[in-house]
Ligand binder design. Structure first.
Ligand SMILES: *Cc1c(COP(=O)(O)O)cnc(C)c1O
Length: 433
């Protein structure tokens, strides 16, 4: 499979190049040249397949031409060493719990897949060291750092905005050591993302070291996220609830929902999607007006969605042939203030006993408000509520339990490199590495 750039000015790339480079030369995002529809028999029988079997079928459509079956199967099976169950919250609303992986957030799936695929290419080529730069508003950093921890030949630099990620999130990437370096940027998430993008474009840096990205701009990060949408469909079909399925995705950089839209193009019978936003409502506004107007991000209690210029909008736009009408036909939007998110966390707990994290709460609310007669909704519970313990405790007046997996991270010593948001400083730092 070859990959083209959404900006259309870069040469067509192989999978290996797209994964190792991350971003195309023209700053566009790589897109697969073809999206192979999966056969009807697959969907007819999907409820009888395991998560790994389903995921391998999906992975084969994207990566099967470039990675031998046995290697790809191993990568998929290793990646999915945990479950993503659909849990009933109300009669018509289910939570797709994506927090059962090592860092308790959905990004574990993409990060683990990408680490393994990159390692496969490095081993095959006997290539030197690759340096992964990743900007994070919280969960990407921990998922990528943990996905790549201890992987030979790969160094990871995690850039995060100082004081803007939760203490639990922070210790998940600042305490690891080994091949992981945390860089604490005096700025917001968009500054971190800009530093990473500039680094990829900088000729001196690229001559000095081999750089790649593990943000959802990387095809190996975002495409594997499609796996759990197929599996969610299978689970709902088994319950007899998949005829009019609406999937609601709490969205920030739009990598997660974008992989679902690829799934739909492959034939996954999801009726429609809702992109739930916090106060960062750029996509919501786009749906209303047809104009995409990025702005600086604002800080919210659902901080992993504090994105003012969602990278993967370019992919969604390209996937739908740049048609606002086509996009609106498949996706609707929602946007919630901090007060509404808090209110929702409280309401779900009181009415159903279920504890949502602030991101999942946006998803739940959008379904509650948006489901039509006959529809059943699945929202993505993108992280475990304990990752946002201070916020959730304050809202619920509770002391929610921290899973043992998460507690383990909190015992380490925090280590990070302080950095300004000035690219010249970041460049100097990398040149000395
Ligand atoms: C990253 C993240 C999101 C947003 O996902 P995108 O793919 O960037 O849209 C939502 N919720 C949580 C908990 C996240 O970590």
């Amino acid at each position: 499979m070859k990959f083209y750039s959404t900006n259309g000015q870069a040469p067509i790339a192989t999978l290996e190049k797209a994964v190792v480079k991350g971003l195309a030369e023209d700053k566009g995002l790589y897109m697969p040249e073809r999206i192979k529809p999966l056969p009807q028999e697959f969907f007819d029988n999907i409820e009888n397949l395991s998560f790994q079997e389903i995921a391998y079928t999906v992975a084969d459509a994207f990566f099967g031409e470039d990675v031998p079956a046995e290697d790809l199967k191993r990568i998929v099976y290793d990646t999915l060493a945990f479950d993503t169950p659909c849990v009933k919250v109300t009669d018509t609303i289910y939570s797709l719990e994506l927090f059962h992986g090592p860092t308790l957030a959905f990004k574990d799936v993409g990060a683990r897949f990408m680490a393994r695929l990159l390692q496969y290419f490095l081993r095959k080529e006997g290539a030197g060291q690759v340096n992964v730069l990743v900007a994070t508003s919280g969960d990407t950093g921990s998922a990528v750092a943990n996905g790549f921890l201890g992987v030979d030949g790969i160094r990871v630099y995690v850039l995060y905005p100082k004081g803007k990620v939760s203490p639990i999130q922070e210790c998940q990437f600042t305490t690891l050591g080994q091949n992981i370096t945390a860089v604490e940027v005096d700025g917001v998430f968009d500054d971190c993302q800009a530093l990473v993008k500039n680094a990829f474009m900088d000729a001196d840096l690229n001559a000095h070291m081999q750089l790649t990205s593990a943000n959802s701009i990387n095809v190996a990060r975002f495409l594997p996220q499609a796996f759990y949408y197929f599996y969610a469909y299978a689970q709902m079909k088994k319950k007899g609830l998949a005829d009019q399925l609406v999937v609601c995705v709490p969205s920030g950089n739009f990598g997660n929902i974008c992989s679902a839209l690829f799934g739909k193009k492959m034939g996954l019978p999801i009726k429609r999607f809702i992109a739930a936003n916090n106060a960062n409502d750029i996509f919501f506004k786009y749906l209303q007006t047809g104009k995409y107007e990025p702005k600086p991000s604002v800080q919210t209690i659902a901080n992993a969605m504090d994105v003012g210029d969602p990278s993967n909008f370019a992919r969604v736009y390209d996937l739908y042939g740049k048609s606002h009408e086509a996009i609106c036909a498949d996706i609707s939007g929602a946007t919630y203030t901090n007060e509404q998110i808090a209110e929702t966390i409280k309401e779900v707990k009181t009415e159903t006993g279920y504890v949502c994290d602030p991101h999942g709460a946006c998803g739940y609310r959008a379904l509650k408000e948006g489901l039509q007669a006959g529809e059943v909704g699945v929202f993505l519970e993108t992280a475990h509520p304990a990752k946002f313990k201070d916020t959730v405790d304050r809202i619920l007046g509770a002391d929610i339990e921290i899973p043992a997996k998460l507690q383990a991270f909190m015992k380490g010593t925090k280590q990070s490199v302080p950095m300004t948001k000035d690219f010249a400083d970041f460049k100097q730092f990398l040149l000395k590495e």
